[in-house]
Design a protein around this ligand. Structure first.
Ligand SMILES: Nc1nc2c(ncn2[C@@H]2O[C@H](COP(=O)(O)OP(=O)(O)OP(=O)(O)O)[C@@H](O)[C@H]2O)c(=O)[nH]1
Ligand SMILES: [Mg+2]
Length: 302
């Protein structure tokens, strides 16, 4: 290793000397300066200036982008989440335009609307119209899940869309996504209300919301047991071991979903102990039948 370092240091010195001599040659040709020290100073000052300019440029470019993004992400919103093709973008369009304006393709980035007018019923059943609702649509593809989860920090409420017609084959994916949300610190600490929208219910092949709720409870129950048995991280120092223990304890508590080990998971029991409101309803986004989601936004959304 020491030998390698020496060889690399030698290489760097050779390159440096060559650069200086090349610069001196340029200086001689251009200005008639014939001095190695002057050339050396020229190269060093030039390099520092160039690096400084690059750093400045980078700072300017990224700061603009970040502040623009922050300005949006800071505003609380009703966030639409769920697996791919469940109908999130169609739901977004039904809420925003009251029509399906565009044919949808796989969403690659979150979409946002700040001026949505929502008509629905309040908790007492009285019809209410709310303007300026902020709604965010997220990508459902597994590889873009991180982008979707990034919107969680601004979520005042979550609409979790499920495709009721493909549910039996997709239930593992759906349950895993929902489990991540229910066991997330943000959701439990802020008690973010969740509406599970069983979508595409006008299809003959779709399953009723009650069936979906029961199956999800069963799947989440087994996920809870599996996750509890996960191995702890490897620790080298005592401090690391202690930190791991604290993290593991906190995670175990979040993942227990507010229930004792022997207890079977139900959304009702989860809501009762964590104070996170969870409700289930039916929608049909392409048929513009999203009343259940509207009521939820009126009562809990942003
Ligand atoms: N029959 C029926 N089809 C629907 C409904 N909602 C959405 N779809 C269809 O489901 C497909 C996917 O809809 P999208 O809204 O793009 O799904 P998405 O959840 O945004 O998908 P990603 O952005 O890839 O995560 C489209 O072909 C829609 O036409 C519905 O209520 N009923
Ligand atoms: Mg989409």
């Amino acid at each position: 290793d020491t030998m390698n370092v020496t060889v690399i240091a030698g290489d760097i010195r050779t390159i440096y000397n060559e650069t200086i001599f090349a610069a001196r040659d340029v200086l001689i040709d251009a200005f008639g300066v014939d001095d190695v020290n002057a050339a050396q100073l020229f190269v060093v000052v030039g390099t520092i200036l160039a690096l400084y300019a690059l750093a400045l440029l980078h700072a300017c470019l990224t700061r603009g982008r970040r502040s623009r993004k922050d300005a949006n992400t800071r505003k609380p919103a009703t966030v639409i989440m769920g697996c791919r093709d469940s109908g999130k973008t169609c739901m977004f369009q039904a809420l925003k335009y009251k029509e399906q304006r565009f044919a949808t393709v796989t969403s690659m980035a979150p979409g946002e609307a700040a001026d949505v007018v929502v008509e629905g019923k309040n908790a007492r059943g009285t019809p209410v119209t709310r303007t300026n609702c902020r709604i965010v649509d997220t990508p459902g593809h597994g590889k873009l899940r991180r982008d979707a989860m990034g919107e969680l920090s601004r979520a005042a409420a979550l609409v979790f869309v499920v495709d009721s017609s493909t549910f039996t084959t997709e239930k593992k994916d759906v349950a895993a996504y929902l489990f991540n949300l229910l066991s997330s610190e943000l959701v439990q600490r802020r008690r973010i209300p969740i509406f599970i929208a069983c979508n595409k219910t006008e299809k003959l092949t779709s399953h009723p919301p009650d069936f979906i709720r029961k199956r999800l409870e069963k799947e989440i129950d087994s996920l809870r047991a599996a996750k509890r048995a996960e191995l702890p991280d490897i620790a080298i120092t005592k401090a690391q071991k202690r930190a791991n223990e604290i993290a593991a304890k906190k995670n175990a508590k979040l993942r227990a979903l507010g229930q004792r080990p022997g207890e079977t998971f139900t959304f009702e029991a989860f809501s009762k102990s964590t104070k996170v409101p969870v409700s289930v309803g039916r929608t049909s986004a392409t048929k513009l039948d999203v009343a259940a989601a509207c009521d939820f936004i009126i009562q809990r959304g942003a």
